[in-house]
Every structure is written in structure tokens, then in C-alpha cells.
Unconditional design. Structure first.
Lengths: 87, 363
């Protein structure tokens, strides 16, 4: 139920007094409500649940998390190489 | 930027798993609260890749599973009436009530429709002014803005034929209930990332402090889940207890404040029954009195409901992390997704459904 999918805003409109947008989910375009993220603009990535934006995605934070893991991967490769050498 | 693909990168996941094997020295029991995470864990086999000392237990974060039987029976009673269009998220249709489910009501001629968004239910109400349209507004904090906006839109449109049957549950009181139980085994929590996207995680430090337990806000992709587990185990091993946000691309501490404001205009906190668990004080939302006209429980006469739970099903013990689905004697026998005895075998977030789908043939 709480699953949510990231997608890119391609246009913004209003429907019955509610702020809506069209979101591109890797090729599939759906409508979503963005009353919850009034600052959202075309080109932003939002994370959508039941037709509503939960939040705008932060590319910077995504990269930071991935960077930690990339470093972890480098360290892991080194440790394993050492283990093999010791064997 | 691809927000999904990189977080499924097997090389990054492998590095995290190797690190977990290096740092884990003792037995730890960690609960993922959200049923969506339970399914991801089983689907990717993450539980099988962890060090044997780490046990994941599955939490109550499955709204379909904890919606009380009485409300499901009420939904069935409403949906069976003539001149009703009963709308619901798809997950809810096969959840067993005392005697029936929504699918069987539909098979008997009831107009039961699934919707992707509650705004679709409002549209149905607009297009069918001679019918009463009822939406089954279940969910945790994540789904509350969607459910609430349907009321706001129905009011804006002047609709008098739209109402909702509310089953809204809140996560932090459930965490208190689990940790406060004398049978509790949970030593660390993976907090539900999308609940926190709406509510933030400012409510969690007092819980971490009171029960001396690490709480890590966790996402849904394999790398996110491993990040949550790694952060939690690091804290457990070091004895550093606190709250960490390991899903910062979606979650911030204060949460989504416009969404919180929208929720507060329509809902107020109330006591809630949780199926299989019982009453948890102040653990849900219900409609404010000024929205009585949109409250299906007040609009329809439902006083004759008498519930009867399956005597075999152990869903309540599973939802609290006391037992695993495959410890249930009915698992995969009397109880399957086609013939579920309890809601945990139905939902795309139910722990029993996850075990049935991904792990029933494991040795």
C-alpha cells in the first residue's frame, strides 16, 4: 500500500481547484496531485503514491547515499583482495 | 538521474552484505515495520544473504492487514446495498470478512470498483449523481493526504453522494505497543520510509530513548534496505542508540508540512482497533465532526454487525513479530492467497503473502 514510484513532472495543470500534473514514469504517463508539493515545477522528480506526490526527490541526497555505497564497494574489494593474498 | 536503477545495483548490495558479515558479532532481531519492505526483502532474498545472527521480523505496516474485521464487515454491508457504488484500493477486495469478501459481493451483483486514486472515486460520484459512492479509505500516514483530498474535492464540488469509510492507522503508537509488550523481541527498527516522507521522523527520538533502540528511516530498493540494516547493526554493535535517516532523497526530519496541514483540516487523532492486535490508544485518524456528511459510518445504518474471526489464523502474532508465517499450521494448506484465512495472506504487503509468493519452496 505504501509503495511509491519516482517519476518526472512533464506538465502542470489545475483540475477542480486542485493542483495536478502529468508524470512520466519511465515512459508511462499518469496524472498526479501535487497539492502536497506546491513548489514542484516541470522537470522535478517526485515520488508518487495513490496518485499523490509524497515529496520532491533530492538528486543531491540520492547521489550522496550512492557515493557512500560506492566507497564501501571500493573498500570491500580491497579487503577481499587482501584476504585472497593472505590465503 | 535514475532514482531506482542505481539502488538495485548488485555490486553495491554485495559490498553492504559483505560489510554486514564483517561487523556482526552477536544476535540481533530487527523489525521492518512496512509490509512493502517485507515483500522487497523476500523478493530479493535479502533475508537469506544476511549473517545468520541477524533475524528480520515483520511488522504491522500493512494497512489491509490491520483494518479491523468490524470495518470490513461494515464495508461488505454497505457494498451489498442497492444504489451503492463501493470503491476501494485493489488490495482490499479479497480480504476476508466474517463471512464474505468484496469480490463475492461483486459476484453477487454488487457494484464494487477498484480505483488507483481516491480522486477517481470522486469522479465516479460526479458521474453518478443518483448513486451513493463510498470509498474505503484505508492506509497509514502515507495514504492519508490522498484519502483526505478526496473529501476536500467532494466538498468543493458540492457533492452529497460521496462518503468514506475510514481505517487510518498511525505508525509511532504501534511501535510503542510492540516495544512495550512483555513478549517483545525487537532490538532495532527499520522505520517506514514513505510514512516518514509525510510525517518526518521527529517523533522517533523519544521512542529510541525510552526503549534504548536504534531506529533507521529506510527506503524500499535493495540498496536502501541494506543501508537501513547496516546502519542499525552498526549502532547495535557499537551501543550507540539513536535515530538515523538512511532515505534522505525522500525523507526530511519535519516531513511534508503542506501534506500534514491538509490531513489536519479533515482528520483528528483517535483510538483505533488493529486487526489481530487489539485497541491501541491514539493510534489512528478519524474524520472531524464537521465532515459527518462524508462519514460512511454515520451515513449508513450499520448497527447489526457481528464479527467472527477465523479460529486458526495467527495473523495477530505475525503482525507483532512474535511468529513467522511458515510457523502457522494453516500456511500454504487451508490458507493460501486464493483462500485466505487472514488479511496477511492477501495483501501485496502482507507477510504471509510474501512468504507464500517468494519463500514457500525454500528449504
Amino acid at each position: 500500500m505504501c509503495l511509491a514510484i519516482p517519476g518526472k513532472i512533464i506538465s502542470i495543470n489545475e483540475s477542480g481547484g486542485i493542483k495536478m500534473c502529468k508524470v512520466d514514469f519511465s515512459g508511462v504517463v499518469q496524472e498526479a496531485c501535487i497539492e502536497t508539493v506546491p513548489e514542484a515545477k516541470v522537470g522535478d522528480f517526485i515520488i508518487v503514491h495513490a496518485g499523490f506526490a509524497l515529496n520532491i526527490l533530492s538528486e543531491e541526497d540520492a547521489n550522496e547515499t550512492l557515493e557512500i555505497f560506492r566507497q564501501l564497494e571500493m573498500i570491500d574489494t580491497e579487503i577481499r583482495a587482501n584476504e585472497i593474498r593472505q590465503e | 538521474m535514475q532514482f531506482t536503477k542505481e539502488f538495485r545495483n548488485p555490486a553495491l548490495a554485495k559490498a553492504a552484505i559483505n560489510e554486514l558479515h564483517r561487523i556482526t558479532t552477536r544476535d540481533w532481531v530487527i523489525m521492518e515495520i512496512c509490509g512493502g519492505q517485507t515483500h522487497a526483502i523476500m523478493q530479493y532474498g535479502i533475508d537469506q544473504l544476511l549473517p545468520p545472527q541477524i533475524e528480520l521480523v515483520h511488522g504491522p505496516g500493512c494497512p489491509v492487514c490491520v483494518t479491523p474485521l468490524e470495518l470490513i464487515d461494515k464495508a461488505l454491508a454497505i457494498a451489498a446495498q442497492s444504489d451503492i457504488i463501493f470503491t476501494s484500493y485493489g488490495d482490499m477486495l479479497r480480504v476476508p470478512g466474517s463471512h464474505d469478501d468484496l469480490f463475492s459481493i461483486r459476484a453477487d451483483g454488487g457494484d464494487v470498483r477498484t480505483v488507483y486514486s481516491p480522486l477517481d472515486a470522486v469522479k465516479i460520484a460526479q458521474e453518478n449523481p443518483d448513486k451513493e459512492v463510498v470509498f474505503f479509505a484505508i492506509g497509514f500516514e502515507t495514504t492519508a493526504p490522498a484519502n483526505v483530498m478526496s473529501i476536500i474535492q467532494a466538498k468543493n464540488l458540492g457533492l452529497t453522494n460521496y462518503s468514506i469509510l475510514v481505517s487510518q492507522a498511525l505508525v509511532p503508537p504501534a511501535m510503542h505497543a510492540i516495544l512495550g509488550s512483555e513478549n517483545n523481541r525487537v532490538q532495532g527498527f527499520l522505520a517506514a520510509g514513505h510514512v516518514c516522507s509525510i510525517m518526518g521522523y521527529w517523533e522517533y527520538p523519544p521512542i529510541a530513548e525510552q526503549y534504548q533502540i536504534p531506529i533507521t528511516v529506510t527506503g524500499f530498493e535493495p540498496v536502501d534496505i541494506l543501508n537501513g540494516i547496516l546502519t542499525t547493526v552498526n549502532q547495535l554493535e557499537a551501543g550507540n542508540i539513536g535515530v538515523t535517516n538512511s532515505y534522505p532523497r525522500v525523507v526530511n526530519e519535519q516531513g511534508n508540512q503542506p501534506a500534514q496541514k491538509i490531513i489536519e483540516t479533515v482528520y483528528q487523532v483517535c483510538d483505533r482497533q488493529w486487526r489481530g492486535i487489539g485497541l491501541i490508544p491514539q493510534s489512528g485518524w478519524c474524520l472531524r465532526n464537521e465532515f459527518d456528511a462524508f462519514n460512511a459510518e454515520k451515513k449508513f445504518n450499520l448497527s447489526h454487525i457481528q464479527t467472527q474471526e477465523s479460529p486458526i489464523c495467527i495473523a495477530g502474532q505475525i503482525l507483532q513479530g512474535f511468529k513467522k508465517p511458515d510457523q502457522c499450521p494453516a500456511f500454504g494448506k487451508e490458507c493460501t492467497p486464493r483462500t485466505p484465512l487472514g488479511a496477511t495472506m492477501v495483501s501485496s504487503e502482507g507477510a504471509c503473502a510474501a512468504y507464500y509468493r517468494f519463500a514457500r519452496n525454500r528449504k
